[in-house]
Design a protein around this ligand. Structure first.
Ligand code: UDP
Length: 377
């Protein structure tokens, strides 16, 4: 097969497409404008001997056995159950997502059973049958006090929008809990982390004789004529020179701090409920195999959200508003893309979706398989 494929972006979307197509005999060239592979999952070991995820904590979780089986072909994974604590304005730490212990801490109650918590939340929840935005979803499930404490300031810092302006889907990522369960992701998720980090995992995914990789290489339209097809994970609005306007993104500025000593604790991420600059802080050493060398120090990193234009155009989160205004703009770009021959947009920025890693892998496996079916058909 002499079909030459160009892949723009060496993150999960690009790397999965590259591997599936190379294994099927295609010749694949992957470019990335950054100096490293692994996209926003890129990690490295810092001067404290700690593995740090350069673009914020990436916790792998999935319900999809096909995705799990696929990633496990490229490296060892170890179990890691992610826990988060919310820091209250007074400094106390309580489980997040809100659970039985969180409810007791906030309301001074002494509930012992999920049924009691359920009844309490049902009594304080507002009667909202069909929530039209994130605020209504939360008020209808956990009531005003918990919404305003745990979600209102955080969401304002995170998105620059009020809860009323955000889509339900954004906060529905956080499970509702009534018992003492204090894990961050849904109970039926498989939660694992690559033993040697994400960058090493990507190196193995891309290590195939049919794949070449060029870093520090930005996409140019002239590259298209040297390839038969292009899977493109660049921002779709940028590809079309922002002809229809800009698709906005939230970005994060990272503030790293060296801390002496390596305290034992059982949660890695602290979410801040106050109205300061930061949303959360990660203590990397709590993640498995992240304390790579013992230096007697560890690293923690606070996240300060901002508009992507204020952070070197680093795009992290597509913005999902309640009125779907940006989804509508994306739809118009998608219509332009449908008319462009031999190119398909992929990944978070190509499809303007707020996706978890397993969802990107799943979509990419299907996209590459469909492409091959279409070619054969
Ligand atoms: N959120 C919040 N308070 C929290 C955690 C989350 O208000 O303590 C809201 C906020 O709007 C956030 C969304 O829930 O953007 C999704 O949170 P998640 O932790 O899934 O975000 P990610 O890990 O993708 O940054």
């Amino acid at each position: 097969m002499s079909c030459r494929i160009l892949i723009v972006g060496a993150g999960f979307a690009g790397a999965v497409h590259a591997r599936v197509l190379a294994e099927a005999g295609y010749t694949v060239h992957v470019i990335d404008k950054r100096p490293h592979i692994a996209g926003n999952a890129y990690d490295h070991i810092d001067a404290n001997g700690v593995r740090v995820h350069a673009y914020g904590p990436h916790l792998f979780h999935s319900k999809n056995p096909e995705v799990i089986a696929w990633v496990k072909k490229f490296g060892e994974f170890v179990p890691y159950v992610h826990k988060v604590r919310a820091q209250l304005p007074g400094g106390a730490h309580v489980p997040m997502p809100v659970n039985l212990d969180t409810v007791n801490a906030v309301f001074g109650t002494r509930f012992e059973t999920g049924a009691e918590v359920r009844a309490h939340l049902a009594a304080i929840a507002e009667p909202i049958a069909a929530p039209a935005n994130a605020a209504e979803y939360l008020l209808g499930n956990i009531g005003r006090q918990l919404t305003d404490l745990f979600f209102r300031p955080y969401t304002k810092k995170m998105w620059g929008f009020e809860l009323e302006d955000m889509a339900v889907a954004v906060v529905r990522r956080i499970p509702l809990r009534f018992d003492r369960s204090d894990t961050y992701f849904s109970d039926d998720d498989i939660q694992i982390m690559p033993r040697e980090g994400y960058t090493a995992l990507f190196a193995r995914i891309l290590a195939h004789p049919g794949i070449s990789v060029a870093l520090n290489t930005a996409f140019e339209k002239s590259m298209l004529c040297r390839h038969d097809f292009c899977f493109n994970a660049m921002p779709i609005d940028e590809y079309f020179d922002f002809a229809l306007g800009e698709l906005p993104y939230r970005s994060l500025r990272f503030h790293h701090e060296t801390v002496t000593g390596v305290p034992a604790r059982d949660w890695s991420v602290t979410n801040f409920t106050d109205m300061g600059r930061f949303t959360r802080e990660t203590s990397w050493h709590v993640l498995p195999h992240h304390l790579v060398r013992d230096t007697g120090r560890h690293t923690r990193t606070r996240e300060e959200p901002c508009d992507y234009r204020d952070n070197n155009m680093e795009r992290y989160y597509p913005v999902k508003t309640a009125d779907d205004r940006y989804a509508a703009l994306y739809g118009r770009y998608r219509a332009l893309a449908a008319a462009a021959p031999n190119i398909r947009f992929i990944g978070r920025c190509g499809t303007y979706q707020y996706l978890d890693m397993d969802q990107v892998i799943n979509q990419s496996l299907r996209s590459a398989q469909n492409f091959m079916k279409e070619r054969l058909g």
